[in-house]
Write a protein that binds this ligand. Structure first.
Ligand code: SAM
Length: 564
């Protein structure tokens, strides 16, 4: 039993609260001003909204109407009985303040927002999930035709990966159902592939600006992965949907690879993993919530909960968001997409940030110096076995941040650079690698990290200064594509981060009196003894390869992508 949602009305008799002076004056002021927040006209005057005739502004309005009509979502800027005015408004013209690049649509505070305020509540059945894909494609919900192949099965099966199910759903609704789709108002606000600009959709000319960056190999393997999934789900001669549903999906202009790439661009850049559902986790495209841009400084995350108050649960689930801090009127509201490096953001979201505390460049650390089986004495063998027992054999990627590197990396290197002399008559198990083993060992560790960073720096065809010169020539810089500008800024930031790490490590070696060991050549003999710690970005000949953070993240999405 759901009460009809009350419509706005202004009677002072229903001011709510305890009827005290404060309530009374609040009610008075709300009833005498046209709208307590910022109306669309105010936003337009401030340059935050385009003209009412602008098609992208009309598409935003159509989305809000759809949410109000189909989901009973309250998005009005007027207050109503028991309902505060909705606190946000859609802007079609947001920009990144540091770079002045367009960041597409975004949500703005239309009045002051307090920390803890609920910002939105979207019913789960207006979200695109594997379940809704099944309801619309397999069961013909809301007037959709029933899709059945020759053996009576629909396109989505329990075994279908969630991302692939939603990709199929998106393409079907946008390109097959088109104007008849229930989801049209939502599909109409989704950007194009090039507006988002994930690196796996860039052309070769734009990609060439990323030469030397670890994003390159991640991009290449993502392309390979998407192509493989396309061939398995769409064009496979027997099991592919083009063959199974020839009449609706078989045509040359639907379920194309371009549409597949667009669907995955939408998924990577705006799908949310809802964790708090009654039935566990699900991946979802959440209309309206997905208009909020990312800030690495935000601590707000979107998640699900049961609709209604703690007393009157409706049994339905909704997606909610609460403000992590106060927002001033007209300020842009941000959420966090997670603690992501610029490389991850560029690959999956098509942008990188000038200020990002989670920015990191991954360097690879491996056991064994050269070809498999080459070199390696007794001590190296023991180290490899020790690491394998600890589940850390083979190659490991460690993120280098601007101001820190993982303690785990130090521990790993201390072990790998341990000499016979350090060992004495003890076993490898007897050491506490979270502490300095010996001055010589510590100097080797720091020198190796410096070597890894310098090795990575040497892989870029341009220097940081050259990149800066390109960025500073404003007229020329504007003339290259947006992707190319992103790439140049990104590679410059990677170089800056690595150079800072090198400088900080040199300083640390100096302050700990370790620089002397290195310059006197004593380190060399220490390294010689270890027979093979190496740090490198792109060697393909590693044994027993470990997964990178991004690979693990993609694996969680059900996409087993090999990014090396
Ligand atoms: C979930 S959507 C947010 C809404 C989006 N701006 C739109 O127009 O639909 C994520 C996309 O927004 C853009 N975006 C989000 N945060 C950004 C930021 N801080 N800087 C630049 N672009 C951003 C990127 O294109 C990203 O792929």
């Amino acid at each position: 039993f759901i009460l009809p949602r009350p419509r706005p009305f202004n009677s002072l008799l229903h001011a709510g609260g305890e009827g005290g002076e404060k309530e009374w004056s609040k009610a008075l002021s709300e009833s005498t001003t046209a709208a307590p927040g910022t109306g669309e006209a105010d936003l337009f005057r401030s340059g935050l909204l385009s003209a009412p005739s602008d098609p992208s502004r009309q598409a935003s309005s159509a989305l809000l109407t759809w949410l109000e009509n189909e989901g009973d979502v309250y998005l009005s800027d007027a207050s109503s009985w028991s309902q505060a005015p909705h606190p946000m408004a859609v802007s079609t013209l947001t920009v990144d303040e540091a770079t002045n690049e367009s960041t597409g649509r975004g949500l703005l505070a239309r009045r002051g927002i307090n920390e803890g305020d609920q910002l939105l509540g979207i019913p789960l059945d207006l979200c695109m999930t594997k379940s809704t894909a099944f309801e619309y494609l397999n069961e013909g919900k809301n007037g959709n035709p029933l899709l059945k192949d020759s053996s009576g099965r629909g396109p989505i099966s329990p075994a279908t990966n969630e991302y692939i199910a939603i990709a199929c759903f998106l393409i079907y609704e946008k390109y097959v159902r088109g104007p008849d789709s229930f989801w049209k108002p939502y599909l109409d606000v989704l950007p194009t592939t090039s507006e988002v600009g994930c690196t796996f959709t860039w052309d070769d000319s734009d990609l060439s600006y990323l030469t030397g960056s670890p994003v390159m190999s991640a991009t290449t393997s993502m392309k390979i992965k998407l192509r493989k999934e396309y061939e398995a789900f769409v064009t496979h001669p027997v099991d592919g949907v083009k063959n199974r549903f020839k009449d609706v999906m078989g045509g040359e202009d639907v379920f194309t690879y371009e549409q597949w790439t667009w669907a995955f661009t939408m998924l990577f850049s705006r799908a949310i993993r809802l964790q708090n559902l009654q039935e566990g986790e699900t991946v979802a495209l959440v209309p309206y919530a997905d208009l909020i841009n990312h800030s690495p400084f935000s601590t707000s995350y979107v998640d699900a909960r049961q609709e209604g108050s703690w007393l009157f649960k409706t049994g339905r689930e909704e997606v909610v968001l609460f403000a992590d801090r106060g927002f001033r009127k007209m300020e842009q509201v941000y959420i966090s997409y997670g603690q992501k490096s610029n490389a991850d953001l560029l690959l999956l979201y098509g942008f990188a940030l000038e200020r990002n505390p989670y920015n990191a460049v991954d360097v690879s650390v491996s056991v064994g110096g050269g070809e498999e089986g080459e070199g390696g004495g007794e001590l190296l063998r023991k180290k490899v076995e020790f690491l394998e027992r600890a589940g850390r054999g083979g190659i490991i990627d460690f993120p280098i941040y601007a101001d820190r590197y993982p303690i785990e990396m130090l521990e790993y290197l201390r072990l790998m650079l341990l000499t016979e002399e350090d060992l004495g008559d003890r076993e490898l198990e007897d050491f506490d690698y979270s502490r300095t083993v010996s001055s010589m060992n510590e100097a080797s560790v720091l020198a190796n990290i410096i070597g890894a960073c310098e090795g990575q720096l040497a892989r870029y065809p341009t220097t940081e200064e050259e990149d800066l010169a390109i960025i500073s020539d404003k007229a020329k810089f504007r003339d290259i594509s947006k992707n190319a500008r992103m790439a140049v800024r990104h590679r410059r930031n990677e170089k800056r981060l690595l150079a800072r790490t090198v400088a900080a490590l040199r300083k640390e070696m100096d302050s700990r009196g370790l620089e002397g060991l290195q310059s006197r050549g004593e380190l060399k003999s220490a390294e010689g003894d270890t027979e093979g710690v190496s740090l490198r970005g792109d060697d393909k000949k590693f044994m027993n390869k470990k997964r990178t953070r991004l690979e693990r993240q993609l694996d969680k999405m059900g996409l087993d992508v090999d990014i090396r």
